[in-house]
Design a protein around this ligand. Sequence first.
Ligand code: NA7
Length: 536
Amino acid sequence: TIHRSERSYDAIIIGAGFSGLYQLHKLRDELGLNVRLLEQGGGIGGTWYWNRYPGARCDSESYYYCYSFSKEIEQEWEWTERYPEHWEIRKYLNFVADKLDLKRDVQLDTKVTHARFDDATSRWIVETEGGETFMAPFLITAVGCLSTANVPKLKGLETFGGQWYHTGAWPHEGVDFTGKRVGQIGTGSTGIQAAPVIAAAAQHLTIFQRTANYSVPARNGPLSAEDQRSVKANYPEIWQKARSGTNGHPFDISQQSAMSVSDAERNVAYEKAWQTGGLRFRAAFSDVLTNAAANETASDFIREKIREVVTDPDVAERLTPRDHGFATKRPPIDTEYFETFNRDNVLLVDLKTEPIVEITKNGIKTSAGEYELDIIVFATGFDALTGPLLALNISGSSDQPLSKAWASGPRTYLGLQTPGFPNLFTITGPGSPSVLCNMPVAIEQHVDWITDCIRHLREKDLARIEALPDAAEKWVEHVNDAANATLLPMASSSWYLGANVPGKPRVFMPYAGGFARYTNICNEVAGAGYKGFDIR
Ligand code: NA7
């Protein structure tokens, strides 16, 4: 049955963040396609539409956490701080969308509930919560990697008498912490950003920590006019550097092994990197992420810093990470995180020694007793990478559900396509390097590749492209090999492995072989007529 509301397009994009907006621009303005972008939020911004928790800020530096495809945008836009806060990123994306007149093809408040590939017509049929149906030969997901909130299923949460919030779905009107007793669960990147800001506003903050974490000072601050000028004059080199490295950040990683220098020299290098701050700390030596002994030197340096900053030795001890090496989980960066534990109104609860028993009407009960709270903040992360895709209820050729194809972990080719799901492209999908990269640089590469691929198909009058099972098999193997060449799979509680979500298959999901290497592989595949894909 054909519904009156059924509408046909050349391509449907899901998600209006960095990925979806750029993909819309490329397909519409370069290929001349008729495109509809569906977005569940009430505004554009993707992840940054939802992540408005106190202290929410990007860990990539503002001058390169942005698009590189337009010189005009690059020159016109002015960032205010070294790291952009959530509102500034939304403002930027709105600026870009207005400039390129993207919003007329973006449909907000539209949640996709199902997407099904119709073999007979080689088209995707997309259904929304509002009962609309959209059809297009190409479906492109731009749903992000860290967009499906993970709220732990704690006994009694429904009985809690106060308010609770997940950081990734923060109320737009904000939360007033004045005079409140707040409990925060989680000490990942998000919790580490939020805690100092909440502590400053609330009457009292109790931080419930399961795994102690490393963090490096962000050293945030305003950008001077001089900084702006110099960045704008040097963008070609900045982007060139970002694209030719391992992680899409335009800074050099030292060529020197941490094990090739004396203890004193090593400390000088780490101290300098500590003062520089942010994700650049990792770049102090070449082998921090590949050599366990080298990694231990970085870990030790930070452990020592924690002991220096935190005045109560017992609290410092509980804050000291021991069960994983620095940056084997995504390394947080902070503004006065460890200092926060020196405040009189902040208490650390170590869930390794006193696990949560249940949530009560009055607060959180651990094995050691009850903590009375007015507000609980879940900084408990996301069902990363696969979560947002599985939530779309995608079924491919022969009605095969994606959940079944990925039952034992995601299996993609290049992170961009999955066998059995023709004409479906997954921007920043599992098996791509995106989450280990400065995201916009990775996104632009994915989108450019997808656009070239669709251009190729249309020029050759081809209707269908599908990753071959064998190519995906080999890619998954390569993703595993690349991960095993690093220390990253060793952090057993990492979301890279899906370990933060109970019951999720433990598979190392991101491609850790390096961004430049990944780009070369993608280009080779395309250059060889889309090797590893079945094209009809
Ligand atoms: P993360 O990095 O996944 O951190 C989540 C935190 O929440 C982490 O400390 C977890 O402890 C903790 N957590 C998760 N579930 C529970 C339960 N059930 N009980 C207690 N504590 C729990 O998420 P973020 O939002 O901080 O950051 C996500 C990414 O966003 C980040 O990596 C950047 O790329 C941007 P655990 O370590 O698992 O023991």
